[in-house]
Every structure is written in C-alpha cells, then in structure tokens.
Design a protein around this ligand. Structure first.
Ligand code: BG6
Length: 517
C-alpha cells in the first residue's frame, strides 16, 4: 500500500511491498518504462490511457475530472498520458466540447482553477470517443489515437463511472473489441444489490478481466481514514494489546450526513441507505477496524485479513436494525408517495471470532441528520474495581467510560476521552479529552481526496484499498436476512440523529455523537 504523504523511503518500501499483483511483487513497470518519481519523490505511474465511461455524468463532473487535474498539478500523473472521455452516442461530445465540459467541472468542483500552463497541458490530454455497443468504432479510434500520441505500449485504465445496470454491456464491449488487453478496470459502487447480483457481476467481469486487474472502488477507503487506522493500530505498541474484547466493550462506526438525497431520487429509491452506505462504505471500515494484524502491508495480506473479518460476521438480525426515513422524503420529486426506502440505518453487527466475540459493533448512517461526520469510536470497559464515588453525570445515566475517537473527515483527528479528578479537596471526577488534530500538525500539500488517491493507486496497480470479489460476496451473504425481511421504516425529523429507537438499539451504551462536551 502506498500513500501520498509518505517520505521517499517509505514510499519506495511501500511501493515495493504493495505491488500490482495480489502476490505482492514489485509494481509492474515495463522494461522501457523505468519507475518514475515526482519532484517530491513519490512514485509516478507508468504511461497510461485512461478511458472514462460516463464522462458526461455527475461523478465525472464532481470528482473524476477535477481529481485527475489535481493529480496532474501534484505531479502524480504518468509522464505521458491521455484521457479519453466516452458516453453513449446520444450524449457524445466533440473533443473541444469535452475539454469545455472538463474546464467547467474543474472550475466548479476542483481544488484549483483551470488556468495557466498546468491547465493547458492537462486539457491537451483530453479527447472524446462515443461508445455504442453496436458500433464501438469511434471509441476504438479515440483510444488508438491517444496511444499513438503517447507512443510505446501504454497501460489502459477503464473507469466505469456508469450506473450499475450498464456495467455488463461496457465490460462486454471491452472484451469483444480487445480493448481490455493490457487494461485494468475500476468498477463503481454499489457492487450488486444482493448476493446473486454480485456473483453475476463478478462472473461477467471475470470473463474479461482476471481479479488482479479489477479495482472495485469505495472512495471512503481512499480517505486518510484507513491509513490512519492502520498506523494508529499497528505502528504504536500501546494500542494493539488493548484492541480486543478484553478491553473494548463496543465499537461505533458513525457516518451521519446533513445532506438529503439532493435530487438523486431515482438512484436512491432503488438503492436506499443500507446498500448505498452500509454495505459499501461502513462494512469496509469495519473490516479495517476489526482485522487481525496483517503480516505486511501488501494488498494480499490486507485483503486476506479484511475478508476473514467478513467471514466471521453473523448474518444480520433484522431485530437489531433500525430503518428510518426522514419526514418529507415521500414528498421529494421522483419519490413514490408510499415509499418504504430507508434514508437511515442503524444496526448492530456481531463478529464470531476470538478477538471480538461478544463485542457489538454499532453502525449508523443517514441523510438529513443533525451533522455530517465520519467517526469511529471504541468504547473501553470499566476498570475492574470502582473506587471512585459516582458523580452527578453518572446519576443522569450519561457517564461514559473511556473512548477512543477516530474522526476521519479529512484531514481528520484522533481523540481520547477519559476521566480526571476535578481540582479541590473532594474526590470528584469529570470527563476530559485529549485531541490530536491533523490540520494543526501537518502540511497537507500531498493530501489527496479519496477518489484521487484511489485512481492513483489503480494506475500503480496497488489493490490494497479496493474490494475483492470474495469479500463483497460474503457481505451480501451476511446481509441476506435483512434484505429478505426488512422491518418497516420509522420516520425521523430532519436535523435529528434518527428515529428514537436507536437509543434502545445501543443500550446499555450511548452514541458517542453528538459530541457531549
Ligand atoms: C456516496 C453515496 O458513495 O458517498 C452518497 O452514494 C453519500 O449517498 C456519499 O452522500 C458520502 O461521501 P462523502 O465522502 O461525502 O462522505
């Protein structure tokens, strides 16, 4: 696994360890393309043609085009590269229209303005080729032209930023035309809607790309969160010994969102929060929080350990799941007035393994909630002997034991909540917090946004932060009881923390959000 904020030595070591293939061999640089490094010493991918399916869509506009430009500005794109946008014929653009589209996208959503020498160089790499399953000629021509402009045999990277129902036809085109040769594919989420559909999708993809060339993307794993969790757990001697059922009573993975469905009714009605957020993002985080120490930071070792966690996940019990829907959701344009789609989920997950047996993991995510946060909390057990008088807070039922908080909203912070004695003659305790804030401590010049980091990793062939076929299938299998027998949705007020029953779900513990200090 490599990381943009590493020193040159660390990055070299990480790059060698990570490798493109699951076996963890060195990255696949070809003989005529020696490994490149950016001015800051970070590894730069080999020459590439990136083909962006869904180039005129929302994701490309908000994240992918601005992200690719940021990578270029940061000196992390290959020495020679071209970006070919593609979309079905009815949405096709000319090269110039695509450049204009990209400029507008970067101006609206990018971290830096589309101007100056950097922008002109980037703009020159853009071209467009319409993709029609019955006539792939324009796309083929655009890819060939891009390859000729680069020279040699650049690597191909296909990013499928298209709705899931379009994945099979795109994969088929890539296979039939031979474009898939020498190529890797990034597949967007949600990856299937249940076990059968995920298995079918895996079979379709594997008929053209072997697993070592498949990058199932989950942009949460490209945030600094996962690296932070791994570093915190495995680089520090004091935490790992207590990271288990002997010391931890429960774990929370909490991702409330303030935004509503924001005009995405069509997508949301057919998906809901469980598929959109829990299976996709929160279960993946759970995998990193709960995993056994990997033998190394190679993609294989990390993904093996994460999959083992998923294998120990008990089938979800619908009795331990709260499905919520915010008041007013059914009045949103495009939403069925009788809709039972959940805009909120809180659930309890249990793992049957030696480290976590008996330790509940509580996961929560929802739209139109009080705050937008990304927080993992580990709640510690009480000391064996309670010597201190019980304070007022305890009477109010509010006192919490020690908590370790990992707030992974970029750039992130880590906090420890503990008890201290109030100054004075009486032995009175109060809660205190020690916080480490990334924003105050590091220069974030190498910080990359989730998608940027992951596209870079895909170009480098590093699969560490991408979901593997067996892992995602296992998650869908564990989700089956809930998908087959969902409980009715409970309503909640926009701006709240969800339906009232979430407090019963987590009893005898308390949600660590909202911050109580
Ligand atoms: C996306 C979901 O994958 O993640 C959205 O489809 C959600 O519904 C988004 O809002 C949250 O991502 P972030 O990075 O803004 O927390």
């Amino acid at each position: 696994m490599s990381g943009p904020a590493h020193t040159q030595e660390e990055h070299q070591a990480a790059g060698q360890a990570a490798g493109g293939k699951e076996g963890g061999s060195a990255n696949e640089t070809t003989a005529d393309q020696p490994e490149n490094r950016s001015a800051s010493g970070l590894q730069v991918p080999e020459d590439h043609v990136i083909v962006l399916f869904g180039a005129t869509g929302d994701l490309a506009k908000r994240k992918l085009l601005p992200g690719l430009f940021h990578l270029a500005k940061a000196g992390l794109m290959p020495t020679r590269y071209r970006i070919v946008g593609t979309a079905p014929s009815q949405a096709a653009l000319s090269d110039d229209e695509f450049r204009k589209h990209a400029r507008e996208a970067v101006a609206e959503f990018g971290s830096s303005k589309p101007e100056g020498e950097d922008w002109h160089r980037f703009e020159d790499t853009l071209s467009f080729g319409a993709e029609d399953p019955d006539d792939p000629t324009p796309l083929l021509a655009a890819v060939r032209n891009a390859e000729q402009a680069i020279g040699g045999s650049p690597r191909r990277l296909f990013h499928l930023a298209v709705p899931p129902k379009a994945f099979p036809s795109v994969i088929e085109v890539l296979g039939k035309t031979g474009l898939a040769e020498n190529g890797r594919v990034i597949v967007e989420k949600p990856f299937g809607t249940d076990l059968a559909s995920a298995q079918a999708l895996n079979a379709t993809i594997h008929s053209v790309f072997d697993e070592s060339r498949v990058f199932r993307i989950d942009h949460f794993l490209g945030k600094e969160s996962v690296d932070n969790i791994l570093a915190l757990r495995f680089a520090n001697g004091f935490l790992e010994p207590v990271w288990n059922r002997d010391h931890i009573s429960h774990v929370q993975i909490d991702v409330p969102e303030k935004l509503s469905i924001e005009g995405r009714a069509q997508f949301f009605e057919g998906t809901g929060t469980f598929r959109d957020m829990i299976v996709t993002h929160l279960f993946q985080l759970l995998g990193f929080v709960a995993m056994e120490p990997p033998t190394s930071l190679t993609a294989k070792a990390l993904r093996d350990e994460k999959t083992k966690v998923f294998e120990t996940m008990r089938p979800l019990d619908p009795e331990h799941v709260v499905r919520g829907q915010y008041e007013g959701y059914r009045d949103e344009p495009g939403v069925d007035p009788q809709s039972d789609t959940e805009t909120f989920v809180a659930l309890r997950v249990e793992l049957d393994n030696w480290r976590w047996a008996g330790v509940p993991f509580y996961l929560r995510s929802g739209k139109s909630l009080a705050e937008g946060r990304h927080v993992v909390t580990l709640g510690f057990r009480e000391p064996a002997l309670r010597m201190f008088p019980i304070g007022a807070r305890h009477f109010a039922g509010e006192r919490r034991n020690n908590e370790l908080l990992i707030d992974f909203a970029d750039p992130g912070r880590v906090g420890i909540r503990f008890l201290v004695k109030e100054p004075g003659p009486a032995m009175r305790l109060d809660e205190a917090e020690m916080v480490f804030d990334y924003a105050d401590s590091f220069n974030s010049m190498y910080a990359l946004e989730g998608y940027e980091r992951l596209i870079l990793d895909a170009m480098l062939g590093d699969q560490s932060l991408f979901t593997r076929a067996d892992g995602i299938e296992r998650l869908w299998a564990a989700s089956a009881p809930l998908l087959e027998h969902p409980r009715p949705v409970e309503t909640y007020s926009p701006g709240s923390w969800g339906p009232e029953s979430i407090d019963r779900l987590i009893e005898p513990y308390h949600w660590s959000l909202p911050d109580h200090r």
